[in-house]
Design a protein around this ligand. Structure first.
Ligand code: MN
Length: 232
């Protein structure tokens, strides 16, 4: 170990169901526009040829959700409920879609919190999305369920309620790019590693959150995530 001039920052970690070991987060990749209805509500169409990718820093995770301060610098904070894929193995270069599931340790449920006002401004000027997407606690995430316990991905309903009212709901089978296809695409762009998370994109119904709002997210009865926004 080299002598360090400051203390090593803590590695963000997530709980794994049925295991007392935690999952250390390496990178967070995110897919944009992976549900056709959501792409339309955002004023764009799906380009089947090229998924949109962006990233959040690993320490944007808020493990298990719970209370969080309402984020700074936005008056239009949007919820995006998403399936999250957790990689348990390093990729050896480019990964064909047929082999991609071998890298997956499990699945989780996350919110891709978005400063929509800053994103709209960035989009209009052709600028990067970092301040809109990659801020502190912008990624509340549930525990991870190992693949074998989750079962095959299919018709499970991804649902988000805010203050008891359903805002977003769609089956996972509505995703335009499947999990193996997204892993294959990402592996052409990045060296995928154990510890990587992939946010798979959100269905239609994104809308604003306010201080004091509470949310409940679920994938059928398999995964839950709850949280609340306190005042700044
Ligand atoms: Mn998203």
């Amino acid at each position: 170990m080299p002598d360090l001039i400051i203390a090593t920052p803590a590695t963000p970690t997530l709980a794994v169901r049925g295991d007392n070991r935690r999952f250390p987060v390496h990178r967070i990749y995110c897919v944009g526009r992976n549900f056709a209805e959501h792409a339309r509500e955002m004023g764009s169409e799906i380009d089947r040829g090229s998924p949109v990718f962006f990233m959040k820093p690993a320490d944007a995770v808020l493990p298990g959700g719970g209370d969080q301060p309402f984020p700074s610098a936005t008056s239009d904070l949007h919820h995006e409920v998403e399936l999250v894929v957790a990689l348990g193995h390093d990729a050896d270069g480019e990964v064909p879609a047929e082999q991609a599931m071998a890298l997956v340790l499990g699945f989780a449920l996350g919110l891709d919190l978005t400063r929509r006002d800053l994103q709209a401004r960035a989009k209009s000027k052709g600028l990067p999305w970092d301040t809109a997407k990659g801020f502190d606690r912008s990624a509340p995430i549930s525990e991870i369920i190992p693949v074998a316990q989750f079962g095959p991905l299919g018709a499970q309903q991804l649902t988000l309620s805010v203050n008891g009212s359903v805002r977003q709901q769609a089956p996972l089978s509505d995703m335009v790019w499947s999990v193996p296809e997204i892993i294959a695409e990402l592996s052409r762009l990045y060296e995928l590693r154990a510890g990587d998370l992939i946010f798979m994109g959100t269905p239609a119904g994104v809308a604003a959150l306010q201080p004091g709002d509470s949310y409940h997210a679920s994938i059928d009865a398999v995964l839950q995530l709850d949280g609340q926004f306190t005042s700044r």
